[in-house]
Ligand binder design. Structure first.
Ligand code: IVH
Length: 677
């Protein structure tokens, strides 16, 4: 065995031992070795990593084992879900954001007041105060259910345990970002990849004493549940909680225009390196909380806020190879395999080349020296080629016309632009094994079946071992075989079984999203689920004739256009897709789509809108109806209870149809009255 291999084998063996002892210590509460012995192994690993730098590239380093969080925390529901933020990367994205907000609120050119705050790159947590006393502390978890980490949060001395002050609401949920100061991080550097990791590891330690040894800090940035609601604006909220001794970020400011947004961005970007905490951009929030309430949320993120990321960090490296990846929609993406290089604290060895045109435009070749950039969690990209450093014999890259499965790829004609797509696609769907594998990764993802312990890497492993080929195989796993695999023990197998079993109960909208019809994202899946209501109705799409009839009805659904309808038709035209969907349904218990709020003014009622309203946009009207328990349909049918007619240019034909079917017609005035009552 050569020397390097020997060292790696030894290192891996020690990591395994440490992992086992972590398990005994953290998960079983039964340590089998003394603390001294444990520390000795850790020290040895640490010095090995220092001496042989290549060990760190194995990504097994101590941070993943030394501070392994446990799964022993109690799970608790958040009072209000903790969402994520959508991202902006340039001025135009911010322009779009402001425009969208104004459109939704039906504000024309009024100045929109935004509140800009640094986006702290830490770990989010929620602090609940009842009668001013800190009674609950949760990690974000999946946004709906968090983990009870109150004892650990209590070790952070700057978090108020009891709020002293005036006007403190009976119930106050403070959302905050926990971080480790950059200076403190230097002291514990060997054990963690970056400050964010360290904060996460520390916060989720089973033993609060361990947490208390790592200096955690926080900034409060928002609220969840508040009773009674006493704040009018985000800026006022922060001022008030600052008086109550919460730590808020001092760099936050009100901005009123795109120019001010840009100015603020540049200013903070320049300060960035001098701050004692990592930030990766600024969060811009609509300052008026009433407007925030009107704007509400989409599936994952509020409509009233956006994270405007700082421009990417760059690095110089070399292209060793160009390979092709196949995505779940068949998109063929060229990827540059580059000489590993650190960009913004992360080792990068792949960079996307987007598509054939991009390679052509930038004339990117194997062997080239290139600049790559990485922004946030987005895959690194190639920015430019250093042509002067190109070797004379470097050959132009010829883009393959076949997929990895061997079949011909195609550039589709876009229905909306009537131009050919820049992206080549394999059209084989599940019949291409590379697409099938990606589809599986999508199915198990957080937004879909959300199966803990069955992530991308495990799917890759199970796929290679032919343990899973198609979605329904997830529910027929051969656990005996898995038990023999490295890294799988009784505990992890039991956890996997539980997670898979749990995922078998799924709502119709998530199911529709999971099967991965192109152009049907989470929002569209919800709209479709609202239309079909039950899996039985949805299953009618499998039959050619039924499908044609159903698809015609989808035309009027708000949010569903020709592109989506065409895509649904195409999906079920493919027999393999239909078979796989049917087999999957057989394994599941799919609940009917129900609107969460069934207590509102339109509870269980079906509405349709025609014509524009004076003060609110159609999107807001729709959101209001839904928040009041109603369901918005896109076409007139007997099912409809109300046709709401806005004053501005309603469609006469729709009113006529509604009258013929005896559907109650509500005028704009009446609509306002109902909502005010
Ligand atoms: S506001 C989504 N403000 O970023 C609900 N978030 O990507 C509104 N974060 O989970 C979030 N600094 O953990 C907000 N000033 C700030 C923030 C901030 C950091 C984190 C937070 C959230 C994540 C969303």
């Amino acid at each position: 065995m050569d020397e390097k291999l020997k060292i790696i084998t030894h290192y891996k063996k020690k990591i395994k031992i440490l992992k086992e002892h972590n398990h005994y210590y953290h998960n079983e509460d039964k340590p089998k070795i003394s603390d001294f012995e444990y520390d000795r192994i850790k020290k040895e690993l640490s010095s090995l990593e220092k001496k042989y730098k290549y060990l760190k590239d194995l990504n097994l380093s101590l941070n993943t084992v030394g501070a392994k969080p446990t799964n022993k925390f109690k799970k608790k529901n958040h009072l209000i879900p903790m969402l994520s933020l959508s991202n902006a990367f340039e001025k135009n994205d911010m322009k779009d954001f402001v425009k969208k907000v104004n459109n939704f609120l039906n504000l024309s050119d009024e100045k929109l007041e935004l509140f800009a705050e640094p986006k702290i790159d830490g770990i989010s947590a929620s602090l609940i105060y009842e009668e001013g006393i800190l009674t609950r502390g949760l990690s974000r978890g999946d946004g709906i259910v968090g983990e009870d980490i109150l004892d650990n949060l209590k070790t952070i001395s700057s978090i108020p345990k009891r709020i002293m002050g005036e006007e403190v609401p009976e119930l106050l949920e403070i959302r905050c970002e926990i971080y480790i100061g950059k200076k403190d991080f230097i002291k514990i550097k060997e054990n963690f990849a970056n400050p964010r990791n360290a904060a996460g590891g520390s916060l989720r330690q089973k033993d609060p004493n361990v947490t208390s040894k790592i200096p955690l800090r926080y900034f409060a940035y928002g609220f969840g549940a508040v009773k009674p609601m006493i704040f009018q604006t985000q800026s006022e909220f922060l001022e008030k909680i600052k008086k109550w001794k919460f730590l808020t970020n001092p760099l936050s400011e009100i901005v009123n225009s795109l120019d001010q947004i840009e100015k603020m961005h540049k200013k903070i970007d320049q300060l960035r390196s001098s701050l004692n905490y990592d930030i990766d951009g600024l969060v811009y929030k609509v300052n008026d909380l009433n407007l925030q309430k009107r704007l509400g949320n989409t599936s994952n993120s509020p409509r009233w806020a956006i994270a405007y990321k700082f421009s990417a960090e760059k690095a110089l490296t070399k292209i060793n190879d160009i390979v092709i990846q196949v995505g779940r929609t068949g998109a063929i993406t060229p990827v540059a395999k580059v000489e590993p290089v650190t960009v913004g604290g992360v080792v990068v060895s792949n960079a996307t080349l987007h598509n054939e045109d991009e390679i052509e435009r930038k004339d990117i070749r194997i062997g080239d020296t290139i600049t790559i950039q990485r922004a946030g969690d987005v895959i690194p990209q190639v920015v430019s080629v250093e042509l002067l450093q190109r070797k004379k014999n470097a050959k132009k890259f010829i883009f393959p016309v076949n997929c990895l499965c061997g079949s011909k790829t195609k550039k589709e004609l876009s229905k909306s632009t009537n131009k050919h797509d820049a992206v080549r696609r394999c059209m084989k769907g599940y019949d291409c094994k590379f697409i099938a594998k990606e589809k599986l990764k999508h199915i198990v993802s957080k937004e879909a079946f959300n199966i803990d312990g069955l992530g991308k890497k495990v799917i890759e492993q199970f796929w290679n071992l032919k343990l899973i080929k198609e979605p329904s195989d997830i529910f027929n796993l051969n656990y005996r075989e898995i038990r023999n695999l490295e890294g799988w023990g009784e505990l992890s197998i039991n956890n996997l079984k539980t997670a898979i079993k749990k995922s078998q109960s799924i709502s119709l909208d998530k199911f529709i999203f999971s099967i991965g019809i192109r152009h049907i994202g989470q929002e569209n899946a919800k709209i479709l689920a609202g239309f079909f209501e039950t899996i039985k109705e949805f299953s009618k799409l499998f039959d050619f004739n039924n499908r044609k009839k159903l698809l015609i009805n989808l035309v009027d659904l708000d949010g569903i256009g020709e592109t989506q309808i065409h895509s649904i038709d195409n999906f079920f035209l493919n027999n393999t897709n239909t078979r796989i969907t049917k087999e999957l349904i057989n394994k599941l218990n799919i609940s009917n789509f129900s609107i969460h709020n069934n207590k509102g003014k339109f509870s269980n009622k079906k509405l349709m809108f025609t014509g524009g309203f004076k003060n609110i946009s159609r999107s807001e009207a729709k959101a209001i109806a839904e928040n009041n328990g109603g369901k918005v349909l896109g076409s007139i049918s007997k099912k409809l209870n109300f046709l709401v007619v806005g004053d501005s240019k309603p469609t006469k034909k729709k009113i006529e149809q509604a009258k013929q079917l005896n559907i109650k017609i509500i005028t704009e005035k009446e609509w306002n009255k109902i909502l005010d009552s």
